[in-house]
Design a protein around this ligand. Sequence first.
Ligand code: PGD
Length: 758
Amino acid sequence: MSPDHLAHWGAYSPEITHGEVTAVRPAPDDPCPSPLLDNVVGSLRHPLRTTTPMVREGWLRDGPGADPRRGEDRFVPVGWDDVIPLLAGELRRVYDRSGPESVFGGSYGWSSAGRFHHAQGQVHRFLGALGGYVASVNTYSAGTAEVLLPHVLGGGATVLRGLTSWDVLVEHTTLMVCVGGVPAKNTAVAPGGRTAHTTGSALTAMARRGTEFVLVGPDRRDLPAEVHGRWLPVRPGSDTALLLALGHELVVAGLHDEAFLRTHCTGADTAIGYLLGRTDGVPRSAAWAAPICGVEAGEIVALARRMAERRTMITVTFSLQRAEFGEQPVWAGVLLAALLGQIGLPGGGFGHGYGSVGDNGHPAHTGPIPTLPQGVNACRTRIPVARIADMLLRPGGEYPYDGATHRYPSIELVYWCGGNPFHHHQDLGRLREAWRRVPTVVVHEPYWTSTARHADVVLPATVTLERDDIGASRTEPVITAMRAAAPPHAGARDDYTIFAALAGELGVAERYTEGRTAAQWLRHLYEQWRATTPGRPDFDAFWAAGRTDAPALVPSTLLAEFRADPTGRPLATPSGRIELASARIASFGYADCPGHPVWHEPTEWAGSPRAARFPLVLLANNPATRLHSQLDFGPHSRGSKVAAREPVRMTTADAAARGLADGDVVRVFNDRGACLGGVTLTDDLLPGVVQMSTGAWFSPVPGVEPVLCAAGNVNVLTPDVGSSSLSQGCSGARVLVEIERWEGPVTPIRSHEPPGEA
Ligand code: PGD
């Protein structure tokens, strides 16, 4: 039987007893179902569900305004009949007084699978109907590359999502150099959900056919053991130096493809000049890179030769660009692949983020899929997504971004629906300070996340199992009828119903709903799609069958076509070619992102002055036991905790040097803040490197400054600085810390209980 539900981590059928999920059955034809499915068990009636609209006591009593109590205050239950006019009145006040430019509706977040009840789409549509809102651009996932790649390879989204298919790699690739690895944990997840997880089987098929794998990175767990890869344990943040040195060795050995550089690239002379040290006398040789990366020069030279001999695919994970100077490893990867002359050859070249999300490297639809139209946003002001705290702290302040100078708006109301900034943003102590300056914060959430706790108005949202929806995503072969399996919990309503009520109160009902109920929207979106996709059953037949075929999935051939005909099928770059040096980026004059790939020593770096105080490099990456922060209270996520805190993986030697043993509760700290974690010893990390996943629910201990999180949220430690002046992306992937035994009381984790009621 086909599964009847979709989450970003897979398709499944829930078993529901007395209104609660007691078990989940993965899709029968999924070769590698995700263990994240287990987190759904017990999630429908969990005590952390939001059950009724809540208004923060201080906001209700004193009205809108900056408030240091936000996040600590108690909440007052307010019925739907009262909360809708109350919130509508506040929206009307803000729009009348200050206009759309004072409302932040970027509302970044993955929320849930489902094409209609897509929380971010719904809030955008609603605020658009009210006159507009300040939006955000780019993603926390790949925001740095999304700005860089259009300059280098053209059409960021196309290139980012249009990787050579795994089946081509299985057939042709003989060496895969995995910079940052191909972490299995990330491939469990894809936006919109996957009905079959096939990245792992593609990797093992490659290994079986003799593809050699090299893992470049400090954590051996980032490449599945089954592919028997060779581990090159480079220092965190030094990948660019390694990639440049590999390029240097190709050039000095005469192994670079001059013809390809001439016919398909621009800027090769500048980039090669930098590799050879022509302008500054510093050749980026293997000998130069060896002490930076912690890898012997001979190994680098040997790898460069091997790459030239084989059909080589270079992949650089998204996590590497989620850092200060994050453009550099991506651009240096493109440079190296161009020097090899393999871009566009079957199974060769460069791919950004194989293994960063489960759908990367899989054929995608070219036709439409059912989608909620987001309406018109009349406000043109946008911020790069990870600059939210800056925006709130510096209204009117200027910042550079992609060649222009922009100004932050002055925000009076933040509206969030379907995301958790108190999970996803960096330097949470700083975010909390910024957040407390906003007069009004509204959040729709099914659970008492830390973002809900930091709101003034919390509206309880349903979860996907409580509503009908249509499931579809860009690489899925089917469109799924996601049928509600349980009634809404307590007083929860779906985001659409909430916005429709507010729109009615504010006189824009028709603009928002177009006169349709949620059920009528599903039928409308499906039938609209069917009109473009012949041969599909009508809505009733689709709904009864549970699924229908999506449009055909087509492998990407963008770079192959460009290779075959660089003049006839140019890239969407200024030159139409691969830009190994970009005159446009150079013209921006950014010291932190000049016109060609360069090595910059990062601030959060083992050799930096900060390292004298905070000598360990912490990898703050996406978790293996939940999606981001979602369902952190679920059985699979909870089962991974050590003494109820987020695990900190560290080597036996690093632990012994601090007198620590497996299972100890520790304080992980730097000058931004601290969090408690539980030690897990491992031999899979480079000494001096520790790893802690994002997504533990922020649980600040009251009255402690700088912030101390009892649950182990690493984003209290990470830097809130843009990756560069070019892209202003998230730079939370790595941070310097020190670790010591926690001698204080075993502090309760408040985030795993609902907040206090007045
Ligand atoms: P989620 O935990 O998925 O995190 O950040 P993101 O905000 O997407 O949050 C989604 C929220 O939506 C959950 O609280 C969920 O309950 C809620 N939700 C689900 N369904 C619905 C619904 O129907 N309606 C409503 N109203 N709400 C719903 C993820 C972001 O974190 C990402 S994508 C990345 S890649 C980043 N990664 C890192 C990193 O590598 N390192 C650091 N340090 N920080 C990161 N942060 C980023």
